[in-house]
Design a protein. Structure first.
Length: 154
């Protein structure tokens, strides 16, 4: 009798050990499809390297602009610094030269959370400041200035 209960206790102990393993927190990863800004862990970076999609989250000061002369001054010629010809409804960002043209970013609240490219520069757009592009000056004004976590794909 004593012997049997000892076996049961050992079995329960094994069960507990097993359940503790499964309860261990999973490494959160950036979802490249939905672009949901989850926190990045070391294992996540490893995972992303395998699929060749690496991203990081950077808190940025995000302002907005349009192609008008009030926003762009003498540069209001309808062509971005990268040579992109602006079309109505375009979604892209202006960023510091440390982000090469074509760098993909997800700016929450902009372009329905889809990836947009860095296609422009701006005199005041340095460091961790970016400018999101809107076709319409009034809409750019509504955006104002936001400090948000931007996902950057490199
Ligand atoms: Zn404007």
């Amino acid at each position: 009798m004593y012997r049997n209960s000892n076996i049961i206790l050992t079995f329960i102990g094994l069960l507990l050990a097993a359940s503790q393993i499964s309860v261990m927190p999973e490494a959160k990863c950036v979802n490249a499809v939905s672009g949901e800004p989850n926190e990045i862990s070391t294992s996540c970076l490893t995972d992303n390297r395998v699929s060749n999609v690496r991203s990081r989250i950077v808190r940025m000061e995000v302002t907005a602009y349009c192609p008008c002369s009030r926003c762009c001054g003498k540069w209001a010629d309808g062509v971005t610094a990268s040579g992109h010809k602006i079309q109505r409804g375009d979604k892209f960002v202006a960023a510091d030269i440390k982000f090469p043209f074509g760098t993909m970013m997800i700016v929450p609240g902009y372009a329905e959370g889809k990836k947009v490219k860095v296609l422009d520069r701006g005199g005041a757009i340095t460091g961790n400041k970016i400018d999101v592009f809107f076709s319409d000056h009034k809409i750019a004004l509504v955006w104002g200035r936001k400090d948000i976590d931007v996902e950057i794909f490199e």
